[in-house]
Every structure is written in C-alpha cells, then in structure tokens.
Design a protein around this ligand. Sequence first.
Ligand SMILES: *Cc1c(COP(=O)(O)O)cnc(C)c1O
Length: 362
Amino acid sequence: MIPLFEKYLSASVNIEYLSLADLPTPVIALKKLGGVLGIDQLYLKQDGLSGHLYGGNKIRKLEFILADALAKKVKTVLTFGCVGSNHALACGIYAKQLGLRSISILMPQANATYVRRNLLRSALSGMELCYYPAYDLAMQGAEDQKQICFERDGLWPYVIPFGGSSVLGVIGFVNAAFELAEQIAAGLLPVPDYIYVALGSMGTAVGLSLGLKALGLKTIVKAVPVVGSQFANQTAFLQLFREVNQFLSKADGLFPKLLADNFEIVDGFLGEEYAVFTEKGVAAVMALLDNEGMKIENTYTGKALAALIDQSSTCQDKSVLFWNTSNTHDYSQSIETVNYKVLPNNLHYYFESPVQPLDQDN
Ligand SMILES: *Cc1c(COP(=O)(O)O)cnc(C)c1O
C-alpha cells in the first residue's frame, strides 16, 4: 500500500489509485556539488527514475488521475500543454499503456531540441496532437475536439488540466511527501530544512507542502516559478492547497485541516518567460552534470537548481533537498525512425526553424 494510504486508510477506500510509477524513487547525496557550494547536507530526490517508460514528476499525478479516468470508464483523455509539454507526453505514454486514447491541445513555446523529441515521442504513443497558435484558439479547439470525441466514443473525454494539477493529481505529491518521510525514517537523509522545486502548474510544490505539513515536518518548500506570475503565485498556491486539503479531509475524516505556512515562492529565476533558457539555469545544469554526472533540463529543473545555487550561502548549515522533477530515461532511440512529417503540418515549424541560442541540448 502507498505511504499516504497506510496512514489514512479511509482515503484508500475513497480515492482511486493505480500503480504506474517505480516508487519509492531514490534519494542521492550530492557530495561533490554540496562541497562546491559549501552545503554539507545536500540531497537529490530522483524522480527522474519514477517511471521506466517515462520518468519525471507527472507520473505521480497520473497514478491518481488515470485511475479516476478508468473508474469513470472513459475511452479518451484530453489534456493541455505547450508543444514541448512533459505532462502531455507522460499522458500519451501512460494512457496508451492503459488502453486509453489521448488527445493533447498544444500551444506555442520557445523552440528547443527537447520540444522536437517530446513531440516525436508523443506521436509514437499514438497521442493525437492538436496545435493552435494562440491560447484562445486552443480553448476553442479543445471544445471542438471534445465534440468530435463524443461523436466517436459516445462519451465525453476525461479532461486533465495543464500539468496534471487537478486535485487528484496533486495528491500524487502529498503521497510523495509521505514517501520521503519513510526515507527519512529509514535514515537515508535528515529532515530537510529546505526543498527546492520548480513551480509550474504548482501541483508538485503544493502537494509536497501539504504532505509535509500533515506529517508535522519542519521543512520549508522553496518553490521556484518557471512560468509567469499570472499562473504561479501565492494566491493560486494557497487556493490549490486549500482545495486539496478539503478533498482529503472529506475522503478521510482523520486528515487534518492545515495552514499553508511552510512554503516560499522564490522569484527571479524565470528569465524572459516559460521555456526560455537562462544563463544561470544553463550554468546550474552544467554544475550538476560536471559534479555529479547527472542530467537535468533547462525549462524547469535548471531554473530551480539555479535558485538553490544562488541562495547557497543561506544554506550552509542547513539540510537541503533538490527535487528532480525531470525525466532521466533516454528515449531517443525509440524516436530515431519517427519522421516529423508524420506530425500535423502546423507542428513542422518546430523542426524547420532553429532552436533558441542557449540550447546546447541538455
Ligand atoms: C511539469 C514540470 C514541473 C512543474 O511541476 P508543476 O507540478 O506543474 O508545478 C517541473 N519540472 C518538470 C520537468 C516538469 O515537466
């Protein structure tokens, strides 16, 4: 049984769950990077290895979301993202594994090598890729796609929001906090003073913050926005925290009502906008590769690690955990034979125009 349900048995009765991920993910001591930064107690939570088909943070959310979709007997799931979306890709891969169709409603972003890879891998999963050149067109397109789906399946598709940060998705990260607590109890790491994590659709950081609070741990979640403040901000964080808290308290009367006073939004590392790489982010990605031989990426994790590195002087006597939310499994071989011309025409642009200048294909 998963750690959250061991503690909250009624929740296990009332909440659908499906095991998809390889859990628990490892905790690794970053001895060399810690040495360079002067942080004795620096650790990494390796969610990059969370799924053997495709790792990263999204699979933890999908365990709850796709379980709910199956329980509702839908045939198709529909989700949203920018063209390089790791969430849309994870959805396509794990929906296929469960015999569900998938549709992604995609929107523009800065071009990068990983965008091309993710698009090709999504196509390989059989996901239907629908690209729109602007947000409002995408919202209209989504309505059209739902209708088409209804006419085909006789059922509406199951809609999954951006980044999988529905209430159910966030519970994946409440459970992740409980998983971490077991690793702390087993002596794999001390209770972190700080957890540094990227903040996008917020489900990851909100779930961790709620879970840590429920556990009574002193850890502060340092959430580093990698999207604009219209999407990730204090108010929206608190709102999502409250919604998930209410849901869990309803699912299990023993789950406490909690105060979200254990997180901090660390601004200043987003750069120009979402998915535009930054000098500091690129340097952080290099620092982890050089010192620990581990690859992360530039849209989320590089920016979060840049914040940690920037603030390392305030972390010297603290125990610090960096939460790696990006996939580590290399799937490039599986897409070698996929030609981008099989994608819808309006996506060819991403293969025919150059990637952004700071992209060294990490
Ligand atoms: C989606 C994503 C995040 C952000 O997580 P949220 O739950 O959306 O805040 C961080 N890192 C990577 C690699 C992601 O794909």
